[in-house]
Design a protein around this ligand. Structure first.
Ligand code: ATP
Ligand code: MG
Ligand code: MG
Length: 309
């Protein structure tokens, strides 16, 4: 099978591992920089061009699209979909997962456990917003934040008010969330491929830090999931329409709650913490599903979210 990895950098751990796992299984693997793809959108003859040549005979693509290239990256993935090429994640699911607020709304509709979360536009509504999440302590998150930057724990009502006002004064969009204190600075990354959790790790924040991000000094290790955690992760990925997903959970005393769902989850942390061949699981899934008679975009996906295409 001929499989393209859409990645900006062939030297990244995740990209290298996917290439290696594919080659080990006898597939022809090509790393393609999606920002260097250009497209012929014409009806009947849709094409993706790369290095002046049309990309032909590709059986499947594995998108590894960074958050800063979502717009162009998903356009390239969509073009492959139009050409009938199987994709590990659809363009629609990737776009959807990039918006934290929208993701939470989609999961809420499916009844998936979430931290109690509030969102408002006007600072005139701060008191009501704080009431929604049951008052301080609470967590305030910049919608555009990553790697734990822009996630703040406000211990008191007054601190919460000041931080919210400051963020809104900068015109930043923020979420306000119930603080899951009992998680003790630990979150769980569930790596979902197809309808299975193929690996899971816990990340523990540095002492005195409520954020578990490895970029903030957290450390990762293998974890055993409860059946409820496992099914929550699978349902979250499904609700988002993602075939490959990193689902982040917190252990709350009202059960597992989903913090976010990532459409290009990194392989390095999870493979090193668990000693699992996660890249191999992704390749096996793609190969199984890229068979010619499997529809490219499932019917369910086409109708999800009220969008038809
Ligand atoms: N409501 C919460 N209660 C307790 N801890 C939380 C809560 N929300 C976030 N955290 C902690 O803070 C960390 C960072 O939060 P989150 O994952 O939402 O943002 P981020 O990591 O900056 O975003 P991204 O993962 O997209 O880069 C989480 O991994 C978790 O450990
Ligand atoms: Mg996170
Ligand atoms: Mg994320």
């Amino acid at each position: 099978m001929k499989i393209a990895i859409l990645s900006r950098d062939a030297t990244l751990y995740s990209t290298r591992r996917l290439k290696q796992a594919g080659e080990e299984r006898g597939h022809e693997m090509q790393v393609i920089d999606h920002l260097r793809c250009y497209m012929n959108i014409t009806s009947h003859q849709p094409k993706v061009m790369y290095q002046s040549q049309p990309l032909i005979d590709i059986d499947a693509v594995i998108p590894r699209i960074g958050a800063s290239n979502t717009f162009y990256g998903t356009a390239v993935v969509r073009q492959f979909e139009i050409m009938g090429v199987f994709t590990a994640n659809t363009s629609m699911a990737i776009s959807r997962s990039r918006d934290k607020l929208r993701s939470l709304q989609i999961m809420a509709r499916r009844g998936i456990g979430l931290p109690v979360t509030g969102f408002a536009h006007s600072t005139k509504d701060i008191d009501g917003l704080v009431d929604i999440v049951g008052g301080a302590p609470l967590v305030i998150k910049l919608l555009e934040g990553t790697q734990g930057i822009g996630v703040v724990l406000a211990e008191t009502q007054q601190a919460a008010k000041s931080v919210i006002e400051a963020f809104r004064g900068l015109d930043a969009n923020i979420l306000v969330q119930e603080f899951i204190k009992e998680a003790g600075g630990m979150d769980i990354r569930c790596f979902v491929v197809g309808d299975k959790v193929v690996a899971a790790m816990k990340r523990q924040g540095a002492p005195g830090e409520f954020r578990s991000n490895l970029h903030r000094g957290g450390s990762a290790s293998r974890v055993r999931l409860t059946p409820e955690e496992r099914s929550t992760a699978i349902r979250a990925a499904k609700a988002m329409g993602l075939r490959v997903a990193g689902v982040d959970l917190l252990r709350s005393n009202h059960g597992p709650v989903v913090m976010e769902v990532n459409s290009s989850p990194g392989l390095e942390g999870i493979e090193k913490a668990t000693d699992m061949d996660v890249a191999g699981k992704i390749i096996d899934f793609v190969v199984k599903n890229a068979a010619p008679n499997v529809p490219n975009v499932p019917k369910k996906d086409k109708e999800r979210d009220g969008i038809k295409y």
